[in-house]
Design a protein around this ligand. Structure first.
Ligand SMILES: C[S@@+](CC[C@H](N)C(=O)[O-])C[C@H]1O[C@@H](n2cnc3c(N)ncnc32)[C@H](O)[C@@H]1O
Length: 245
């Protein structure tokens, strides 16, 4: 699909600077500790075999590996996975990598399929959720780590606008090297934002049993505490996880 090539090129170009954003790769020990606790609570007991889809530079993969899991990272972008491998080497953990689309997960025994911030950029997120349903002979757990953002919620849209203004005032570098092309973004079903109600429905419709929603309040609290004062008043995007079997 032509759009997939555009998307791969975008992320190959984004790879060199992706980790510079604290949103993408926090460095605060407090924030990392909150993320580790949040992930530990939703993954099967370690050591489990985990497939991280759209793994990027490995934020979730590294956390899971440090928690004692056996992690395979799948991503469309070879350059993002090269970064993941350097990050894994630097952290002293081993993570398997597979280059490919999320709708074509590798064969193998997996106890859980997880993703963070991948669904919005998939041309067919429902197809990916259905494909993941087959992972591990249908016995893997689904773990969707997401944020409420975009046009799907009017309050969050306003808060995001204020955050962008603060970022401009503080001359914070942009989170990405560029925007997606308008035609690519408009072709993505979740390209204008992700809402937990919509994702729970998508997971259910893809055959996942009993989707459970948790707000990642501890992560938000730690992220907010690590911000400069003015940004703390505006706060961070609501983070949540959907788990299903
Ligand atoms: C927003 S980044 C998230 C990366 C990582 N999960 C994180 O939390 O930092 C989106 C990632 O999804 C990957 N991606 C985009 N479309 C994909 C697809 N169709 N199949 C697999 N990976 C894809 C990109 O290459 C990129 O690494």
């Amino acid at each position: 699909m032509a759009f997939l090539d555009d998307i791969r090129h975008y992320w190959d170009d984004d790879a060199p600077t992706y980790d510079a954003s604290h949103q993408h790769r926090p460095t605060s020990p407090m924030v990392l500790a909150a993320w580790a606790a949040a992930l530990e609570a939703v993954l099967p007991p370690a050591p489990a075999r985990i497939l991280d889809c759209g793994a990027g530079t490995g934020f979730l993969s590294l956390l899971a590996a440090r928690l004692g899991h056996d992690v395979t990272a799948l991503d469309l972008s070879p350059a993002m996975l090269d970064r993941l491998k350097s990050n894994a080497d630097a952290a002293g953990v081993t993570i398997g990598t597979v280059v490919g689309p999320a709708t074509d997960p590798p064969d193998g025994e997996f106890d859980a399929v997880m993703e963070r911030h991948l669904l919005w950029t998939l041309p067919d997120p429902a197809a990916a959720l259905r494909a993941w349903r087959e992972v591990g002979d249908g016995r893997a757990r689904l773990v969707l780590v997401e944020s409420l953002w975009g046009d799907v919620d009017p309050i969050e849209r306003c808060r995001a606008r204020v955050r962008r203004t603060l970022d401009r005032v503080r001359a914070t570098p942009p989170e990405h090297h560029a925007e997606y092309a308008a035609d690519v973004r408009s072709s993505l079903p979740l390209g204008r934002g992700t809402h937990p109600a919509h994702l729970a429905r998508l997971a259910h419709d893809a055959g996942w049993r009993t989707p459970r929603l948790r707000r990642l309040a501890d992560v938000e609290w730690a992220e907010r505490a690590a911000l400069p004062l003015a940004a703390r008043i505006v706060g961070v995007s609501p983070r949540f996880v959907i788990v299903a079997d």
